[in-house]
Design a protein around this ligand. Structure first.
Ligand code: PGA
Length: 265
């Protein structure tokens, strides 16, 4: 099997793996390492987690490591990036139930330390709930690691392309948001039709993402190649949200497979 290929794109650290399995294994190993180091240093680890198709294999690897005793979530607290809004947690399409299926039910994580934004919060309380989410993360000392995927429009979490100046976008807290047309089109895979896609969400803001002490961006498959190249080689702009990761390049590792890296040159 060909080995991984470290790549330097502008200031970014990029690691290209032969396939999605190898990329996912690398991401899981890095998460396990951060957990071990943070627990050793301060008795706990705080992880920011992502949903979508890409991280499923990462969660499989983490669950396998818990099963073989090489990892424990006993001292871990998690915060998920986003949730559809409104949605019931038991709806199989909610990110709360995604996390239950793929990770929470398979590891020794305390239920009251697994935070997912609440899709049932009333409209008038949504902004306050979002602000509270940021206060909880801050009170936990911030994120030791944030796992990210990238949307075909460059979104991170549900921080969709925006006209805001970069500084304002980068400082934005957790908030309710309208989904971008490309995000809705991609969500048809889960919802079955465009009409059925829930058009709004609550998302962690860019501020918390950029403040994470380690950021892992995992992108696999040929459909991600154009946006990965734009995010890494185009201008740093809120219209390509993932490009803003380059403002904290020393804390970000891009973990790609060869198809997702195809347009990096
Ligand atoms: P995907 O989603 O893993 O399902 O491609 C990535 C994202 O939108 O962040």
């Amino acid at each position: 099997m060909p080995a991984e290929r470290p790549l330097r794109v502008a200031d970014a650290t990029v690691i290209v793996h032969p396939d999605a399995d190898a990329a996912s294994r690398d991401a899981a190993d890095r998460i396990a390492r951060v957990v071990a180091e943070a627990v050793a240093a301060r008795g706990k680890a705080v992880l920011g987690l992502a949903t979508g198709a890409t991280p499923e294999k990462v969660y499989d690897r983490l669950a396998a490591r818990v099963a073989d005793g090489s990892l424990s979530f006993r001292d871990v607290t998690t915060y998920n990036l986003d949730e559809y809004y409104p949605i019931q947690p038991l709806d199989p399409l909610s990110y709360r139930s995604y996390m239950h299926r793929h990770l929470f039910s398979r590891v020794d994580l305390a239920p009251n330390r697994a935070h997912v934004l609440d899709g049932t919060v009333p409209e008038h309380a949504a902004a306050a709930h979002a602000a509270e989410f940021d206060r909880w993360i801050d009170a936990d000392g911030g994120l030791d690691l944030q796992l990210l995927g990238i949307g075909r429009n460059g979104h991170i979490g549900f921080n969709e392309p925006s006209d805001l100046p970069v500084a304002e976008f980068a400082a934005r807290g957790t908030l309710p948001i309208d989904l971008h047309p490309i995000t809705k089109a991609d969500a048809v895979r889960e919802f079955g039709s465009l009409e059925a896609v829930i058009p709004r969400a609550l998302t962690m803001g860019v501020r918390q993402i950029l403040a994470a002490r380690t950021i892992l961006m995992l992108a696999t498959g040929p459909k991600k190649a154009p946006i990965v190249a734009r995010a890494l080689k185009g201008p740093v702009t809120a219209s390509v949200p993932a490009s803003v990761l380059r403002t904290v390049a020393d804390r970000v590792v891009w973990i790609l497979d060869e198809p997702a890296a195809a347009e990096l040159g």
